[in-house]
Design a protein around this ligand. Structure first.
Ligand code: ZN
Ligand code: MN
Length: 495
């Protein structure tokens, strides 16, 4: 988030930017694939071991729809306020590619009589303290293809390996209208979408490759460019920023942007032209003859609606109301389910929501952003976080030390106790120890001592030097008192 966000404003150009996204979300909380009973926890497993004749597309096999996948898709549709048609169909999208054993993908289609699981809908984001509605075109169910892997890289490898473990995993394709106006809005939209989906409990967006995004971007009046292969949400903003600058430069140079598909190279941080042919591919869509249309009754929809968990917007309102935290902070805390859970788990252990929220908003998030990780990718637990706060309350560490302790907790993955012991952050409350430091400082800064004799204000400088010497661990009250006593004594002597 942090620094990259600012770059949005590097062009004062008033040209309107149009961005639309196409997101593929794996419904990772399903135990089995979309049309067969194969397990879905394929990540890190031996290739081609999570397969069966159905997901391998062997002749004579028949798909059977996973009912739970329909439940989940309806739930997402309701959360995104889509219209849920009472009848939905699967279509065949025909094309040849080695990751697709059947030579067609079972998908949905909203043209030529096809009806996807959700029509329209929208997501509300907040940008510059203003609410903004991003409209959706549709959401549809489809199966994930397998994965191609290359020895080394795609260009250097002599051959390609195919792993069908992923083939048949349930995907929800979510398509937006071109309502996004900047790379930052795209990023905020994706964050919000992910938070909604995670709150619904249908997917874990932190799993590698579980949320993938393609983007269309153009400057109004110019040609549209599709950017593919954006593998993480973090990369979306970067890829769009690059593409926007490229298109703006072309426009400034009087060059017409070519309508094309470009590939995002995450390592190099650039987009590369893939193909310029841009008519819609003829996938020869037709209704999937092996599956009957799915009738969705109003009762079914209402049953799912009644089971809907709390969504990010409602949770945000509850945070504002119950914990008395500012709306902006509540919005940030609920922008990720993991973060909101972390916050509330901390409150269970330490009932000071405002203190917890302040520390999360300032120090914790800044460090996580610096490391480009999310809370659930760090080792810091609510217990550890709260213990650190309690050490401030008991006077074991100062607030200033606590900031360093937290940084080490995040960076080194150690609990606060260990860091406090190892690095000597323990607050010095022993008068005799502090007195030694005070004596040293008096010797080092004779002029400041003279100033302090004339005016108490100069004591602050001296106590600041003690704090510096003790790396902020000396008790500030005791330090001030000891200096004051010493100065008073010198004043008496002088008179
Ligand atoms: Zn299977
Ligand atoms: Mn798709």
């Amino acid at each position: 988030m942090g620094t990259a966000v600012e770059k949005d404003n590097m062009f004062s150009d008033s040209d309107e930017v149009l961005i639309g996204l196409e997101i593929h979300v794996q419904l990772t909380k399903l135990k089995t694939k979309l049309f067969c009973g194969c397990a879905t926890d394929y990540r890190g497993k031996e290739p081609n071991t999570y397969v069966c004749p159905i997901c391998l597309g062997l002749p004579g096999t028949l798909p059977v729809v996973n009912k739970k996948a329909i439940d989940f898709a309806i739930m997402v549709g309701l959360a995104l306020e889509c219209e849920i048609p009472l009848k939905t169909f699967f279509y065949r999208k025909n094309y040849y590619y080695p990751d697709m054993p059947k030579n067609y993908q079972i998908s949905q289609y909203n043209k030529a009589g096809g009806v996807p699981i959700g029509l329209g809908g929208h997501v509300t984001i907040e940008i510059n303290k203003q609410k903004k509605t991003i409209n959706l075109t549709r959401i549809q169910l489809e199966e994930d293809p397998g994965r191609l892997t290359y020895l080394g890289s795609i260009t250097s490898s002599d051959y390609t390996l195919v792993d069908y473990n992923r083939a048949g995993i349930t995907l929800l394709e979510i398509v937006t209208e071109p309502d996004l106006r900047s790379p930052r809005e795209a990023r905020l939209f994706l964050q919000k979408l992910r938070s909604i989906i995670e709150h619904l409990g249908v997917a874990d967006g932190s799993l590698e490759g579980s949320m993938r995004c393609d983007a269309n971007i153009s400057i109004r009046g110019g040609n549209r460019v599709e950017v593919k292969n954006i593998s993480s949400f973090k990369a979306v903003q970067k890829a769009l920023q690059f593409e926007l600058i490229r298109q703006r430069r072309q426009k400034a140079d009087g060059v017409k942007t070519v309508m094309e598909t470009r590939h995002w190279d995450d390592e190099k941080g650039i987009t590369i032209s893939l193909r310029t042919k841009e008519e819609e591919h003829d996938y020869r869509y037709f209704p999937e003859p092996d599956l009957v249309p799915i009738e969705i009754t109003p009762d079914w929809i209402e049953k799912i609606r009644s089971q809907m968990p709390e969504l990010p917007d409602a949770r945000r309102e509850r945070f504002i109301r119950d914990y008395q935290i500012p709306p902006y902070d509540a919005g940030v805390l609920t922008s990720s389910k993991a973060l909101a859970d972390f916050f509330e788990n901390c409150i269970k252990l330490y009932n000071h929501p405002k203190i917890i929220s302040n520390w999360i908003m300032s120090d914790l998030l800044r460090h996580l952003n610096d490391l480009n990780i999310e809370i659930n990718e760090s080792t810091v637990t609510p217990e550890q976080f709260v213990n650190m706060l309690k050490y401030i309350d008991t006077g074991t560490i100062s607030r200033r030390s606590a900031k360093k302790v937290l940084w080490d907790m995040i960076r080194e993955g150690k609990p606060p106790e260990q860091i406090i012991q190892e690095d000597g952050h323990q607050r010095i409350g022993d008068e005799n120890v502090i007195r030694q430091f005070v004596d040293e400082i008096f010797k080092e800064y004779p002029q400041a001592v003279q100033d302090a004799i004339k005016d108490d204000k100069a004591i602050n400088f001296l106590s600041g030097q003690v704090m510096r010497k003790t790396r902020g661990t000396a008790d500030p009250k005791i330090t001030y008192q000891l200096i004051k006593e010493k100065i008073d004594l010198l004043r008496k002597k002088a008179n």
